[in-house]
Design a protein around this ligand. Sequence first.
Ligand code: 13P
Ligand code: SF4
Length: 334
Amino acid sequence: MSDMHTSSKDLEKKGFLDVEIDPELDLFSEIARIKKEKNAVVLAHYYQEPDIQDVADFVGDSLGLAQEAAKTGADLIAFAGVHFMAETAKILNPAKKVVLPDLRAGCSLADSAPAHLFAEFRAKYPDHIVVSYINCSAEIKALSDIICTSSNAQKIIEDLPKDQKVIFAPDKNLGAYITKKTGRDMVLWNGSCMVHEIFSLEKITRLKIRNPEAKVVAHPECEESVLKVADYIGSTTGLLKYTSRDSAKSYIVVTESGILHQMQKKSPQKTFIPAPPNNNCACNDCPHMKLNTLEKLYLCLEYEEPEINLAPSLIEAARRPIDRMLEISARYGL
Ligand code: 13P
Ligand code: SF4
């Protein structure tokens, strides 16, 4: 790192602040100090590195994080997650400052739905409503009627009148899973998550043979062939709750490896085996989520950059479908 505060142009290019940090600094206590001084809150997704989860005020799945953002009394929100999550926090808190440790922390699923192509796609189905998975840009949210997450997608679809035609975007795997659960024939956008698509059924099967007592738990962003062998399918919060309440002693976990930190914390006596991807890469680590580090989190709290900024008209249009999601979720106690 250089010893100079990055200019806003550099920040745009690099995506994070480039400032030398004294190696003697205790980042845990520094982050606690800044949070107190600035009335700041750290919201972190389960896919963040363990240190970030440990300094966060709230760790959760996409729904939990949106609900937490909607009710926070903090003046500054540091979002340890990916860009669409920080955007959601900004949409829910237009008057507050929202910072992301690394602006480049994107999402392959969100990237799979460019707004101009999606607008053309939507125009082909004028009698359909659009239910979009929260893993999409603010522009896609503005083109949607209701937002959902992996925690509430089934309930949100079931809540619609039976004859209501639906476009479900952008995750085709979650869409196919919800179609199967609800029996609703939805028009699916062809997007997917690079992390959840790479799990190997062959390797999971081999792991299962070596660990016959282990239960398989999987996120619904995985492909159908993988979901077929799962004992439980759910959002990250769902998987965490299941493994902490269930009586099995070991689990093969088919989602991003960051969730293992909380699983192990909640159930120290149990064994959690990360499902392997279909080659020898560390692809069950989301490369976007893992761009955030404790150092970058400290810097974004200290300097209040990089900041999420959205046009007020976009905030207004994207907020409506998020509010609908929060209202339906509250109605079902989710
Ligand atoms: P949930 O947070 O809904 O479990 O989704 C996982 C995910 O891929 C977030 O990017
Ligand atoms: Fe996006 Fe997949 Fe990473 Fe989640 S795990 S942020 S869906 S690329």
